[in-house]
Design a protein around this ligand. Sequence first.
Ligand code: MN
Length: 244
Amino acid sequence: MITNRRNFIYLLSGGTAAAFFGSDTNFSWATSATAPVATPDVFKLPPLTYDYNALEPHIDAATMKFHHDKHHATYVKNLNGAVNKYPQLKTKTVEELLKNISKLPKDIQTVVRNNAGGHLNHSMYWQIMGPKGGGAPTGEIATAIKTQFGSFDAFKTQFNEAGTKLFGSGWVWLVREKSQLKIITTINQDSPISQGLYPIMGNDVWEHAYYLNYQNRRPDYLSAWWNVVNWTEVDRRFAKSLKA
Ligand code: MN
């Protein structure tokens, strides 16, 4: 009797268990790393909410098209490839993945770091820019910048210097750490949230973000970029950071 019971449990835990449940396709199995079944991708490329040429002359249409449709799309594709190997990770948000890189399976840690980072960073980047952008900040973020940096101009100068000095590819950020605002840089597609910092705004200083229009003149791109900043969205992110 005990043997039969063991056999029954053994069968339940194996691939033939479906037979016991007839054709109930709603029955949910724990997924495994080697699940051979193709599952739909969970991460999607967010559409641009304005035209490719909407940020001209500061950012040209060709750069926007390649940057969004090719570069960002590739980060999304590679991120999906990584989590499709471990379907139990598909319920995690991009933020959850980036806050727990060291807990992920070893073989996908670097892929997730680069591509979840690339996906999150770019999703923010498209939103904090816009066709009617530029000018001085508004709302609570304006006050916070003035308090922390003395003036908006002083803040811009520090931000641009940090972005200019960053060697190679990466991002320059305004982040919140506890009650302080700070300017930091990260290399590659590293996200501030992996360091426990909330990214309020960030500029992409990879060459793919500016090379078609500015070639080697990264400082010119950094200066021009302020003309397309969507301060309404930055202020919204600042408010969100205070609740995080
Ligand atoms: Mn980029």
